[in-house]
Design a protein around this ligand. Structure first.
Ligand SMILES: Cc1cc2nc3c(=O)[nH]c(=O)nc-3n(C[C@H](O)[C@H](O)[C@H](O)COP(=O)(O)O)c2cc1C
Length: 407
């Protein structure tokens, strides 16, 4: 083994503040919903997975799809943050802390692309009326426009979920404003056609996401960092582009966000922009229980997930534009699966780097990187892990069955 001395590695290995918390280095495991909450509860499998990632040397691991209410979930096998989960969540946080890392909860609401049956309302809710192609096979072909009262109670849901997370021991909450989720739907005029104070101008479309940031910050105080994940490009016809997101980044900075995580694309549309690499549609179709969804995926799946050439740091050019207009900490995400890419992100002035698939492939990435200059991760971007969100056992790397990410 050799010790890596490349310029930039010192920064990657050094500690840094993220709002009120200190991260021991600059590497964060990004939110990757792992499908290990079959009954809506954190399971031993979920705890083991995040503990293994923590032991592998990252500074912080993120638990994806911590929904803010029962109807914020788009799949039945997701959890929503409520007080009944306190003990399970506390065990998860305690184990991750014992393993030497911090832990973040990604606060999500899917809005219109809900695939399961709403429990608290009759219809799926969204900023404006919307056809829901993902819900259609399950008899939920559309979502209706939220009332002002429902918007107000949404603010309470985000604050309540953040409080549950922090009480259980989470060090950070990440507000999901990208990937086509509800707050992204509010931001984007192709989904938000409202005529009240939440729609129309950029300022109005930003009103709800900003009030959620301010509300959540107030709710958690100095007990946790509050960060936001945004797109740099929706990659959708009539969706937002980098010029729009520069303004959104500035507004989040003004609202006191502790960091912005950079991403792109939509889970509700063509997801290849978000991931790059091979299309997992054949595997996804195999795993679908609903025969209509199976056929729909076989026939139309290529529109939702095209095989797209992968290259390292695929969001870097866009992310650098955001870097040039905000001073708040930025977490670079998208196509980091080599030590060189992680170091490059440091050299480009990003305070942190987040990784999804590379850590599913090898939770020990950071330890390996620090010990061995020849370390290669081996993720092939086959994206089979993405399809496994729908499997009963949840996500693992098909190339590496030896980790807790395996079953
Ligand atoms: C299996 C899987 C599940 C994911 N689930 C989420 C999620 O719950 N929330 C989210 O914001 N992003 C999710 N993502 C996207 C990742 O956070 C990240 O944006 C994407 O994998 C690109 O980063 P990478 O090149 O480091 O993998 C998921 C990715 C994978 C592979």
């Amino acid at each position: 083994m050799t010790t890596m001395t490349a310029e930039g590695l010192d920064i990657l290995a050094s500690s840094s503040a993220l709002g009120p918390i200190i991260l021991k280095n600059r590497v964060i495991k990004s939110a990757t919903f792992e499908g290990k909450t079959p009954n809506g509860h954190p399971t031993k499998a979920l705890i083991d997975l995040h503990t293994e990632i923590a032991r592998g040397g990252v500074a912080m691991t993120t638990v994806g799809c911590c929904n803010v209410s029962v109807d914020a979930r788009n799949l039945d096998n997701q959890m929503y943050l409520h007080t009944d989960l306190h003990h399970g969540l506390k065990e998860l946080c305690d184990e991750v802390h014992r393993a030497g890392a911090k832990i973040s909860a990604q606060l999500t609401h899917c809005g219109f692309f809900k695939q399961n049956k709403p429990q608290s309302t009759r219809f799926t809710l969204a900023p404006s009326f919307q056809f829901n192609k993902l819900g259609a096979p399950n008899g939920r072909p559309f979502a209706i426009s939220m009332s002002q009262k429902q918007i107000q109670s949404l603010l309470g849901d985000y604050c309540g979920a953040a409080e549950v997370a922090v009480k259980a021991g989470f060090d950070c909450v990440e507000i999901q404003m990208g990937h086509g989720y509800l707050l992204n739907q509010f931001l984007s005029p192709d989904h938000n056609r409202r005529r009240d104070q939440y729609g129309g101008s950029a300022e109005n479309r930003m009103r709800l996401p900003l009030s959620i940031v301010k509300g959540v910050k107030k709710a958690v105080g100095n007990n946790a960092a509050v960060i936001a994940k945004i797109n740099l490009d929706d990659a959708a016809k009539n969706g937002l582009r980098i010029e729009d997101y520069l303004g959104i980044g500035r507004r989040l900075e003004d609202a006191g966000i502790d960091a912005i995580v950079t991403s792109g694309g939509r889970s509700s549309g063509d997801t290849s922009f978000m991931f790059r690499g091979d299309s997992p549609i054949p595997a996804m179709a195999r795993l679908q229980k609903n025969p209509i969804s199976k056929i729909a995926l076989k026939l139309f799946g290529h529109m939702q997930y095209r095989a797209t050439p992968y290259h390292e740091l695929y969001f870097m050019e866009l992310a650098k534009k955001l870097r040039s207009v905000v001073d708040c900490p930025l977490v670079y995400l998208g196509g980091v699966s080599s030590p060189a890419s992680a170091i490059e992100a440091m050299k480009e002035g990003f305070e942190f780097v987040a990784m999804g698939r590379a850590l599913i492939k090898d939770p020990n990435f950071m330890n390996n990187l620090l010990q061995n200059s020849d370390y290669t991760n081996g993720c092939t971007h086959c994206n089979q892990c993405v399809a496994l969100v729908y499997s009963p056992q949840g996500v693992h790397c098909v190339l590496n069955q030896s980790t807790k990410c395996a079953v």
